[in-house]
Design a protein. Structure first.
Length: 298
């Protein structure tokens, strides 16, 4: 059984405390989180590696297959595009599934990995649409001027947990995230930056190891296999942690701004206090029924 974080964590947290609580949630529920990530990420990374290997043209045919920028084979462009899209989908699904486990663990009781994976799978379409909108809008901000892009990236950092917790459409989730971060942008920036740096250190350490070993291998297939294994390990370790940081940050903002009620939010994620199954909605309710918003703090 996954363990919950101590109840006193449901109070306003400082920047370092948000990271500390995220680490505790991550480590105490590592078995569930890593299993979710591995089940989703490993097959996709292997499939992506096979696609890339099959897209590398024969040297004798390169002259007839070049197209992109005049020197990159079209088959290689298509292979990279397919592998990227597969990785994007798998990372989004893993994030949503890990959110279910992290939210339950942070509030009361974490569900099993199968339940969490089913939760993410049912919402995959909406999560992909949210990730797409978030990425496009942030990219436009970065192109127009770097500062707006950075502001948007930080403001949107809690959009995914907001959408999954409050059953919002993607555009409303983005607006909701901006409202939650408003007045706490710099503190949110600090949390996001610290979380990114911790994840980046893990990725860099693993990447350096691959860079040192790859030249000695020589064979393309072995080099791709080693790179794929490294990507799997990195994705499995980092993706749940990033989901934990975003989730704890989201709860902290709601505690600060809305006097978040533990029992109400626990029921929203399907796990009422005490670990008993959540009661079903009234028979007369529509399929989209949800509990009312908690009163805002004055």
């Amino acid at each position: 059984m996954s363990r919950a974080v101590d109840a006193p964590a449901l109070r306003p947290l400082r920047v370092g405390e948000v990271i500390d609580v995220a680490v505790k949630v991550y480590t105490r529920n590592a078995a569930t989180l890593l299993k979710i990530a591995f089940v989703v990420i490993a097959p996709v990374q292997i499939l992506g590696a096979l696609i890339l290997l099959s897209s590398v043209p024969d040297p004798s045919e390169t002259a007839t297959t070049t197209g992109a920028f005049g020197f990159i084979p079209w088959t290689l462009v298509a292979g990279f595009t397919a592998a990227f899209l597969l990785q994007w989908v798998s990372t989004t699904l893993t994030t949503g599934a890990c959110y279910k486990t992290i939210a339950g663990a942070y509030l009361d009781r974490a569900p099993g990995w199968k339940e969490s994976l089913a939760f993410g799978r049912r919402r995959l379409g909406r999560m992909l649409w949210l990730a797409f909108l978030q990425g496009v809008i942030t990219l436009i901000g970065l192109i127009a001027c770097i500062a707006p892009g950075v502001w948007l990236a930080v403001s949107y950092s809690v959009a995914m947990p907001a959408m999954l917790t409050e059953d919002l459409r993607a555009p409303r989730a983005l607006g909701r995230a901006i409202r939650l971060v408003q007045g706490r942008w710099w503190a949110t920036f600090g949390v996001v930056t610290l979380g990114f740096l911790l994840a980046f250190v893990v990725e860099i350490v693993l990447s350096i190891g691959v860079e040192l070993v790859t030249p000695a291998i020589g064979a393309v297939v072995l080099a791709v296999a080693l790179s794929t294994a490294t990507s799997i390990v990195t994705g499995v370790l980092v993706t749940p942690f990033q989901a934990a940081v975003a989730t704890v940050l989201y709860f902290d903002l709601r505690v600060r701004k809305e006097a978040l009620d533990l029992e109400l939010l626990t029921r929203r994620v399907g796990t009422p206090a005490g670990g008993a199954p959540a009661p079903p909605p009234p028979p007369s309710s529509s399929p989209g029924w949800k509990a009312p918003e908690p009163p805002r703090a004055s």
